[in-house]
Design a protein around this ligand. Structure first.
Ligand SMILES: *[C@@H]1O[C@H](CO)[C@@H](O)[C@H](O)[C@H]1NC(C)=O
Ligand SMILES: *[C@@H]1O[C@H](CO)[C@@H](O)[C@H](O)[C@H]1NC(C)=O
Length: 492
């Protein structure tokens, strides 16, 4: 009965929280974000928290090129990440004093770098991760059980179905990451850990010691795998229903008539391509009946057709969400892939670096994308053929639309889920009972190596004792009593 009452109370509280934000006491949240495309996600989360009455303080590099003072946030200008690391003593000496006086309820950080976790521990503030990468590996590897037999290392180019030799390589890649962690990452952060948190602080444990992990992935995009109670999946939480296009863009889209539109973008880091490649791509586009909107900041390719519009700014999500969009040509960044899933736009992938190939592979395996390698794009009309295949084979569209329906079939909007868990941590001053204890274990304890060795030893001892006992018994039965006694005399 008491449990039932509690349950009803919790449900009531949940509904109130969502519907009547003005009734909630605002918390003080300290945010340590990461630059570039990572900021896109953090910014959306910050805005959602701000609109619910929380006050936010963003710690950002003074020379940051992406993180803007965009609304009533208090921005603390710190130096860039590298500088921040080298200047942490200074920062901790006086900046942190001020931070400590503010009495923050929560530190929200992207653990792609380790300073957020360090600061949260130093100030003894509950910590929430908005995570895709944890320093050198995909975020889930940081905390969830990750059997290498069916969970491919990002960068391996494998799926969840691996052959024997692929599994061998998957294991080797895993050990390389572990070595890199030990020889590079830990060397940078461990001295700071010891300086500020005492000599018994181990950065390997600290870097994963967060209350809640808001994972920017989900199982429509990712392969199914084990997880832990404090990992919350919110991949694609940044996607919103498309807004109307600008008049100019709308006119261009409409002029495509029944042929519809192709969108191409290679992300924030690659504004332009080598001339020959750009010309090849432009020539391929020119041969298509569809209109093309290409986010490109390089010089205009000489082969550009009159069906292709070059833009240096892209209302990407609104274009992808437009029902006239037939195809998305992308480099395969996580945000773009999740937008493709959300809006149900089939993909031709041109992966460039990082996790992009693996991201695209997820979609290709599920039938919603076709991957081209950059080295073969300009050969044998490969680019044109790939585009025509994805445009003309209905399965690509059907598969990605199915993924889109699965992705959208959720009990709560993902951004609300994310906000709920952040507020949950503030209400309970941590993640309560959700945290599995694995974060504080060295690998040999986690994998029970010592226990297995101990048990193996015990079994061997028992076997040995039994064998010796049988041997003695055998000998006494055989009437070799004399010999046995001689032997006993020897051992005494
Ligand atoms: C933060 O302030 C509390 C007192 O409010 C103090 O006990 C603690 O040592 C301070 N921590 C740091 C890192 O300055
Ligand atoms: C675009 O170019 C094609 C030939 O390449 C031509 O037939 C067509 O009329 C042109 N369209 C416009 C709107 O200029």
């Amino acid at each position: 009965m008491a449990t039932q009452m509690k349950l009803i109370y919790c449900c009531g509280a949940l509904v109130l929280l969502i519907l009547v934000p003005s009734c909630c006491k605002g918390g003080h949240i300290l945010v340590l974000p990461i630059e570039g495309s990572h900021w896109i996600n953090m910014d959306i989360l910050i805005q959602a928290l701000h609109s619910r009455g929380h006050s936010l303080t963003v710690m950002r590099p003074s020379n940051s090129w992406y993180i803007k003072d965009n609304f009533q946030l208090q921005h603390i200008h710190s130096s860039s990440e590298e500088e921040l690391l080298s200047e942490l003593p200074l920062c901790f000496a006086w900046d942190v004093q001020a931070l400590n006086n503010t009495k923050f309820d929560l530190v929200l950080t992207d653990p792609c770098w380790g300073s957020g976790a360090l600061l949260a521990k130093h100030l003894s503030i509950p910590l929430v991760f908005n995570v895709r990468w944890i320093i050198s590996e995909e975020g889930q590897f940081g905390i969830t059980p990750s059997p290498l037999s069916y969970i491919p290392i990002t960068g391996s180019g494998y799926t969840d179905k691996m052959t024997f030799f692929q599994r061998v390589k998957n294991n080797i890649l895993y050990y390389i990451i572990r070595m890199n962690d030990m020889l590079v990452t830990k060397q940078v952060y461990q001295p700071l850990c010891e300086q500020y948190l005492g000599s018994d602080c181990d950065f390997d444990h600290l870097k994963i010691d967060a209350g809640i992990w808001l994972m920017r992935t989900d199982f429509v995009f990712d392969y199914p795998r084990p997880t832990v109670p404090n990992a919350m999946y919110m991949g694609g939480f940044h996607c919103k229903p498309a807004e109307p296009l600008s008049d100019y863009m709308e006119e261009f889209v409409q002029s495509s008539a029944e042929h519809r539109v192709i969108i191409m973008s290679l992300g924030t880091f690659v504004p332009e391509l080598p001339d020959n490649l750009a010309n090849e791509i432009a020539a391929a586009f020119a041969k298509l009946p569809q209109n093309v909107i290409w986010s490109y900041r390089g010089p205009k390719p000489s082969t550009l057709g009159n069906n292709t519009l070059l833009v240096d700014w892209r209302p990407q999500k609104d274009l992808l969400g437009d029902p006239k969009t037939k195809l998305f040509v992308t480099h395969g960044g996580t945000n773009g892939i999740q937008e493709a899933i959300y809006y149900g736009a089939p993909v031709v992938g041109l992966p460039l670096f990082f996790d992009q190939y693996d991201n695209l592979l997820h979609l290709q395996v599920k039938g919603g994308a076709k991957i081209l390698t950059l080295s073969t794009v300009d050969k044998d009309d490969n680019f044109l053929k790939a585009i025509q295949e994805v445009l003309n084979k209905p399965s690509y569209r059907q598969n990605i639309q199915r993924l889109s329906r699965l992705h959208r079939d959720q009990p709560m909007k993902l951004i609300d889920t994310a906000v709920f868990w952040i507020e949950y941590v503030m209400r309970h001053k941590g993640a309560g009972l959700l945290k599995a204890q694995c974060y504080r274990m060295p690998w040999y304890v986690y994998h029970s190596v010592v226990v297995v060795l101990f048990l193996t030893g015990a079994v061997m001892l028992m076997l040995l004792a039994t064998a010796m006992f049988i041997r003695c018994l055998w000998k006494s039965v055989c009437g070799c009593k004399v010999k046995l006694e001689v032997h006993r005399d020897h051992t005494h």
